[in-house]
Design a protein around this ligand. Sequence first.
Ligand code: HPA
Length: 267
Amino acid sequence: MSKNAETLAALIRERAGSGPVEVGLVLGSGLGHLADKVDGVAIPYEQLDGFPHAGVSGHNANLVIGTLGTTRVAVFGGREHYYEAGRADAMRLPLEVLKALGADRLILTNAAGSMRQDIPPGELMQITDHINFSGLNPLIGEKTDARFVPMGGAYDADMAEAFQQIAAREGITLKPGIYAWYSGPSFETPAEIRAIRTLGADAVGMSTVPEVILARFLGLRVAGFSTVTNMAQGLSDEAISHEHTKAMAPLGAEKLEKLVLGYLTRD
Ligand code: HPA
């Protein structure tokens, strides 16, 4: 754990109380409303030295610490993507801080393009595994042997099962699938989508995978969800754009919020 993370964790405890955080959440494009439901304290990233400047519209750059459901959480309203500054490890410090605050679990959400006709826009996908199509890695440069992180079971089976049970109870369709990380910021070509599909991916997006690698490096258990905002390039006539992503994300966001709240609320 870096000294910087310990220092920031101490500062956050001073502002938001010292009760240990249990679960961290990273909210993707258009999925930030969950942060408003936390009973707690919002700290702008700019007051947290070394935190990203999440400059992508549709992302809200606050760290919110407090209670959601019955669980003490840390909600990262914005993430820095690789495509913003070429830093695959941009979320390392925030996730180190999460760990330093006591969390053992991380829930990651994103907006994604679907390559499955049975997971159309507005639907959710539970990420059960990923393909690092970018070939980039946030642990490049890490000096310790801890860098050799096993990635089998990176998406925690027990967490996935808990979410499946909540989905069934709430009547929410939550199909499992494989997420492919494409660096962005340009969207994929139709040929790239055919390639990724052939490789076994079900959804594609520009985030999440580096955070999963970092989370496993830090020993956090992970659950990941895609809200499908569009069919991937070439699979429908609909025009793909960031505006479209932001406009479509709320369709799945409501269901995702229900799932996450269900998970964070103990009976
Ligand atoms: N590709 C990559 N990222 C995305 C997409 C997509 O089609 N939709 C939303 N985020």
